[in-house]
Design a binder for this molecule. Structure first.
Ligand code: GCU
Length: 343
């Protein structure tokens, strides 16, 4: 169920916060925000949306970002990180960011690509050889060019966060393409990810992240796909005990600022925010490496079955992706080749 009631609540809170911009004293704002009235009055109090849990690498990156910004602006800019999708699903958050109701967020590129379709090129299945390859691309001129594409949606791209590689996990074993056929697999609210699953012979079901556990538990779907930390953090391994490593996608995540809010900031503050975002991303990427390992250990210890696709089977999965490349990257094959060969 989508949290529709959140819209008015978040927009109201957003309006209160925007009212605080440029003003030093807002009667009652301290009590609304639960702050100590003796603390220095910030000039900006801005919301940051995150759909992962408190101890997840991306949330810890967000908190680090908030601390850095507060430190470097002498407390003038306060960023309140709301995790666990308290501010809504990623799609709802992106909608609200366009109007400034939410100032910052970290979102999966799959969701952003629904607003900025060119982004699909960066997450098309089996594109990157490994993590280092993806980071060379994202940290180079291609990554910069793509980050700038969010402007049309009134969003400012700040930094790339890591989300590792995604794999399938199911309620019965998947060791070859035939095993997936006929299964219903949960995907993000993304047309490309739905088409990827169809191309593999399964039926896609677009379900919001917070509801995947119950969809698996109730048997509405036979499986889902995600990275190790999400599989573990959301306890999906309790209800889908077969994890098949095929690393079909590497879907990076973007830290964003609402264009409405960006407009109201001065050059110096924009500079500080950009720098802090990049530093927080480096921190998140380090945490990610660790968390991938510990999440895998936790899930494996619980008794799940892990299968790594053989190279020849993985080649069959990859070959099945031709219609996806045609539909989403048909006119960008030169760029795809450039990414594939990027050093
Ligand atoms: C990852 C990503 C989330 C996203 C989720 C999903 O966990 O970090 O931002 O919502 O995938 O599958 O929906």
């Amino acid at each position: 169920m989508k949290k529709k009631w959140l819209y008015p609540a978040v927009i109201t809170l957003g309006v209160i916060i925007l009212l605080a911009i440029g003003s030093r004293i807002i009667p009652g704002i301290n009590s609304i925000l639960g702050r100590n009235s003796a603390a220095a009055e910030p000039e900006f109090v801005l919301l940051y949306a995150e759909n992962q849990a408190e101890d997840y690498p991306t949330t810890m990156g967000a908190k680090y970002f908030s601390e850095l910004v507060s430190e470097r602006t002498g407390g003038r800019i306060r960023i309140l990180v709301k995790c666990d999708a308290q501010l809504g699903s990623e799609m709802e958050v992106l909608e609200q960011m366009k109007y400034g109701g939410i100032a910052f967020a970290r979102v999966s590129l799959s969701q952003l690509a629904e607003f900025v379709p060119e982004m699909n090129v960066l997450q098309v299945p089996y594109l990157y050889k490994d993590s280092d390859h993806m980071w060379r691309v994202l940290d180079g001129e291609i990554g910069d060019d793509f980050m700038a594409k969010t402007v049309d949606q009134n969003l400012v791209g700040l930094s790339w966060y890591d989300a590792g590689a995604r794999n399938f996990y199911t309620t019965s074993p998947v060791t070859c393409l035939e095993d997936l056929r006929g299964m219903t697999i949960r995907v993000q609210e993304s047309d490309m990810m739905a088409d990827m699953v169809s191309a593999l012979g399964a039926t896609p079901a677009k379900i919001v992240y917070s509801e995947v556990y119950s969809a698996l538990e109730q048997g509405l779907v036979d499986g889902a796909e995600n990275n190790w930390p999400s599989y573990e953090s959301m306890k999906h391994y309790y209800v889908a005990g077969y994890y098949t490593i095929d690393e079909h996608t590497r879907v990076p995540e973007l830290q964003l600022c609402s264009g409405e809010v960006w407009e109201k900031l001065g050059d110096e503050d924009r500079q500080i925010i950009s720098e802090c975002a990049r530093e927080s991303a480096l921190y998140e990427r380090e945490l990610w490496q660790e968390r991938e390992k510990t999440s895998r250990q936790i899930a494996e210890k619980s008794g799940i079955t892990v299968t790594t696709l053989t190279p020849s089977e993985k080649a069959r999965f990859r070959d099945a992706m031709s219609p996806v490349y045609e539909k989403y990257c048909g006119n960008q094959m030169d760029l795809i080749r450039k990414i594939e060969e990027y050093n």
